[in-house]
Ligand binder design. Structure first.
Ligand code: SF4
Length: 388
């Protein structure tokens, strides 16, 4: 492969404080100018080394980034100047004219001036972590911002000129009822956000929430959760949004293009600690440790790759099923056969069809509403059923 078209992900591993449910890699830290500078230098070295790595391993001579996504952590803690500098570097050494540049932002870190400056650097999409429009919800989730901060941040985003943005929520916190959730959704839809993400609060190992709540597997109960999923889907679809992925809803033309690269298993490169990259059948991951990451690049001038996996056809087929079933369009049985040489026997698919968990149409399988609630279980059933 001479030319690579890929999505570029930047992990920003800094937060003001660690939220009690979060298992993303990030450290609570005050971002100083010198930390920003060090991080930027490391990223530039990583990009330069990655270029040689891709040429040596895949024969890639030209790299074009078609999307850019700064996630975290809290990417909005870094200054617009940091991104300006990074984008200049990218434009100098790569083809860098992404159609979508997303910045994940936390409401308490934005000011009008900063939001305008982010827009000026080239970001054309903001993914705003409002998490909840209930003060009780924000308190339970241990967030630093208030509902007022959510409203202010939304005002800045609109005033800065962003036409494309997403409001990201967590639902299923203790004490949240259907009425509260409905109010939150209706409040949020007043801002005509073109995109919403709704993530169920889950207990992740190693987090303070896991420690506190591990006895009860979940504190809100499956019945209530099903009602919540139904309420979110029903309310947003009534406002013109389509549930194009298990947790994501968009108005027409506003799906997140960068995330679609992951779900459709197209190539992407990840920068920063804990970031994952995927090119052809090779997947690698950076260490979840900022010091190890910085030392490898700044002191030893080497890529900090931690895990490098070469995926065989079985692994690729499994990945296709896992990712594809997150999407509304589901998976193509032809593609599964032609690309990976695997099939799902009809008798196995019929078991799921009879239980109303999947539907099969025009050679594709996709999850029903009930199936989406059991994505992981269905995926592992199909993995075990694979034949070649
Ligand atoms: S701000 Fe986001 S990334 Fe940081 S600890 Fe909280 S949930 Fe995790």
């Amino acid at each position: 492969m001479e030319k690579l078209n890929a999505g570029l992900y930047l992990h920003v591993p800094f937060c003001l404080r660690k939220c009690p449910y979060c298992d993303f890699y990030s450290i609570p830290v005050k971002v100083t100018k010198s930390l920003e500078k060090n991080y930027l230098n490391a990223l530039k070295i990583e990009l330069t080394l990655l270029k040689s790595f891709l040429e040596e391993n895949f024969g890639i001579k030209r790299i074009s980034f078609i999307t850019f996504y700064a996630g975290g952590g809290t990417p909005s803690l870094l200054s617009p100047h940091f991104y300006e500098n990074l984008f200049d570097f990218l434009a100098k050494f790569f083809k860098f004219s992404p159609e979508e540049l997303t910045l994940e932002a936390n409401p308490e870190t934005l000011t009008l001036e900063k939001t305008k400056a982010f827009y000026k650097t080239g970001f054309n999409r903001i993914s705003l972590g409002v998490q909840s429009f209930s003060q009780r919800g924000l308190k339970f989730l241990g967030r630093l911002h208030s509902v007022k901060d959510n409203l202010k941040a939304l005002d800045y985003i609109l005033k800065a000129g962003f036409k494309n943005f997403s409001l990201d929520f967590i639902f299923g916190w203790k004490g949240q009822g259907e009425k509260t959730l409905e109010k939150e959704i209706l409040k949020a839809s007043e801002f005509k956000s073109p995109h919403f993400s709704f993530y169920e609060l889950t207990l992740e190992k190693g987090t303070p929430f896991y420690q506190t709540f591990k006895e009860k597997k979940h504190w809100i109960g499956d019945k209530k959760l099903i009602k919540f999923y139904y309420l979110i889907e029903k309310t947003l679809e009534a406002h013109g949004y389509k549930r194009y992925e298990i947790s994501n809803y968009a108005l027409p033309k506003f799906k997140c293009r960068h995330n679609l690269i992951y779900w459709k298993i197209k190539p992407y490169l990840g920068l920063g600690p804990s970031a994952v990259s995927r090119v052809e059948n090779l997947r690698w991951e950076n260490p979840k440790n900022l010091n190890h990451y910085l030392n490898a690049l700044l002191k030893e001038n080497r890529l900090p790759l931690k895990i490098v996996e070469s995926l065989d056809n079985y692994e690729l087929a499994k990945e296709y099923i896992f990712m594809g079933l997150r999407l509304k369009e589901g998976i193509s049985l032809n593609l599964l056969k032609e690309k990976f040489n695997y099939t799902i026997p009809e008798v196995k698919a019929d078991i799921l069809i009879k239980k109303n968990l999947i539907e099969k149409r025009k050679g594709r399988i996709r999850l029903t509403f009930e199936g989406k609630l059991l994505h992981n279980q269905i995926v592992s059933f199909l993995w075990k059923s694979l034949c070649n």
